[in-house]
Design a protein around this ligand. Sequence first.
Ligand SMILES: [Zn+2]
Length: 166
Amino acid sequence: MTQELPIRVGHGYDLHRLTKGRKLILGGVQIPFHLGLLGHSDADCLTHALADAILGAMALPDIGHYFPDTDENNKNMDSKIILKKALSEAENKNYQIGNIDLTIITEEPKLSPHIKNIKNTLSQTLNLETNRIGLKVTTNEKIGAIGRMEGIAAFAVCTLILKNIN
Ligand SMILES: [Zn+2]
């Protein structure tokens, strides 16, 4: 029998296109803006990147496997449900989140006023203390598709820690 790893690291990346007529939701928080993210679910790229990081740490398939965009039930879905599913997959295998570190890349809107709210929302969703949640926001210096505000991208890294079975 192979020994379970005490710590696992996961990485996730996601990008969604910015468009008119959609809500902008990042980390489960609705951000006031004249554009929103396009996608089958609520298109929350930050939450999707984080869910993929958790699944990746467990060497499981990505969120598209669990929530296919061909399934009408997933239309406009609250991505916090996707994140909770990823967490439950890790917990079912006896792992808990150690810490997470997130980066959002967008030119606009200014997200610094929303960082605390996003951290609190993720903290509640994952039942994880905010001092284990890193969240940074950066621009793409007006370079490329993100620089032209065609989309918003997010990166996520997480550690998962094997729970003490004793
Ligand atoms: Zn996505």
